[in-house]
Design a protein around this ligand. Structure first.
Ligand SMILES: [Fe+2]
Length: 469
């Protein structure tokens, strides 16, 4: 990528520095939470920022980083009712094209963001991330993605954590989020992070949420970590978490399951596996019907599904304290899974992109013993995984457990339980390649990040295969 990142990053870092020294609420409006873009369409994109002001907020979109060629501009407003966050829906842009954007209140100018519209050329490149636990570490993996040349970043959930599961960094609020004010403060804290700001300033994001944007293993009817007797009605808490997410994330509001088209090459359907989940369904009927309709009628060469929890059936080896399967994944909803996988018929061009389980997997998704799709699971950016939880050195105890997983689940072609990081996804007509890039030390904000494993799926095979580094 070009020098864009450096300039944007420097401004973002300066703003973050000002915020942390307590000048955030000075009289002049400050863009202390950076800028973001998301939900790219062939003719437009959504822009985001936050600024405390009652004045008009001017925005500009240009073809160049120095704003010599401004192609769109307008005025937005915000208020305390939406926690001073700003969203601008820009249309009338060219497809598959880079743009730069900024906001201005009076003489105060925001950091510059870079984005890209939908559509595609002969290939697509995405970043993929999930499970960014502030308390458990630093987000060097986001900084690494910010420096890559990408069309967009797909975020598969646990963008925030509602609780404080770690001791590396202090969180705000210091307690578990329960109220609208709590969830807003949590989102605000995340968006002061230098790597969060540099990631958003560099790429459009396509995000869905998982459980920790509300509460652990949440559904529409509750969470094992929510006690209505002491914490109030679950519905009020879920509504607060939803409102804060919509205010603070560069997503269109209304529903999180939505479909993005990248020319004839790829279609990406993001799922919301929390808002409509009950004991009987992970999708809800309306979302299930929309997903199956897209998978069976869309003509793109590849179908991607942004899927917060693992689709493939998974038998868990005997481990102390762990059940033999994880009912929070699709394993808890076999009827929904069978309907979705059966709908694929003999089209073998579907790829599930998954987060949630803080580990790296490549899987040939089986139905009736035959592979019908492939699934790639990105590991956690920082959230604890096998070696963290067992307090053992990486690549020791996990090796044996990984072998047990593969012996019990022959459709699992690769599993790595210890490392943290991000992934990249490269899409061409012939193949999809999925790379895992691991962070050397999640406690170090300047940690090295390097590609560690690569797999690919050739078109119409529904099978994963390792690509030598
Ligand atoms: Fe997670």
């Amino acid at each position: 990528m070009t020098g864009v990142g450096r300039r944007t990053f420097l401004i973002g870092a300066a703003v973050a520095g000002a915020a942390s020294t307590g000048t955030a609420h000075a009289a002049a409006p400050v863009f202390e939470h950076g800028v973001a873009s998301g939900d790219p369409l062939p003719d437009g994109v959504l822009l985001w920022t936050r600024v405390i002001t009652s004045k008009p907020i001017r925005w500009e979109v240009a073809r160049d980083e120095d704003f010599h060629r401004i192609v769109k501009r307008g005025i937005a407003r915000t208020s305390a009712a939406r926690d001073h966050t700003v969203k601008v829906e820009v249309h009338g842009l060219r497809d598959n094209t880079r743009y730069w954007y900024r906001f201005r209140v009076g003489d105060v100018v925001s950091p510059v963001g870079r984005t890209k519209t939908g559509g595609c050329g002969s290939e697509l490149n995405f970043g993929v991330a999930s499970c960014a636990n502030w308390s458990a570490g630093h987000f060097a993996g986001y900084g690494y993605l910010a420096r890559q040349d990408l069309d967009a970043v797909i975020h598969l959930g646990d963008y925030i954590y509602e609780n404080n599961y770690g001791a590396v960094r202090e969180q705000d609020p210091p307690h578990e989020c329960l109220t609208l004010d709590d969830y807003r403060r949590r989102h605000a804290k995340y968006k002061t992070d230098q790597h969060v700001q540099s990631l958003h300033a560099a790429h459009a994001m396509i995000a869905t949420w998982d459980d920790h944007e509300s509460a652990d293993n949440s559904s529409s009817i509750g969470s094992p970590q929510h006690d209505p007797a002491t914490e109030g009605p679950w519905g009020a808490r879920l509504a607060a978490a939803t409102q804060a997410y919509y205010e603070w994330m560069p997503v269109r509001e209304g529903r999180l399951d939505r479909t993005f088209r990248f020319g004839e090459l790829a279609t990406l359907t993001m799922l919301d596996l929390r808002s409509y989940r009950t004991d009987a369904t992970i999708l809800g009927a309306a979302q299930r019907d929309r997903l199956i309709d897209t998978l069976t009628t869309d003509r793109a060469r590849w179908q991607f599904v942004g899927n917060s929890v693992m689709m493939s059936p998974l038998k868990v080896p005997p481990l102390p304290g762990l059940p033999q399967s994880n009912p929070d994944q699709w394993d808890g909803f076999p009827a929904d899974r069978e309907l979705v996988l059966r709908s694929l018929g003999d089209r073998k061009n579907t790829v599930f992109l998954t987060g949630d389980i803080h580990s790296s997997w490549a899987i040939d998704v089986p139905l009736g013993g035959q592979p019908v799709a492939t699934e790639y699971v990105v590991t956690s950016l920082t959230s604890d995984n096998f070696d963290d939880l067992l307090k053992v050195p990486p690549r020791t105890v996990a090796l044996q457990v990984e072998a047990q997983f593969q012996a019990l689940n022959p459709h699992v072609r690769f599993v790595e339980l210890d490392s943290h990081g991000v992934s990249t996804l490269r899409v061409t007509a012939d193949e999809v390649r999925f790379d895992w890039h691991y962070v050397a030390d999640k406690k170090n904000p300047d940690s090295a990040v390097a590609r560690a494993h690569s797999f690919r799926t050739r078109h119409n095979t529904a099978q994963t295969e390792r690509v030598p580094l």
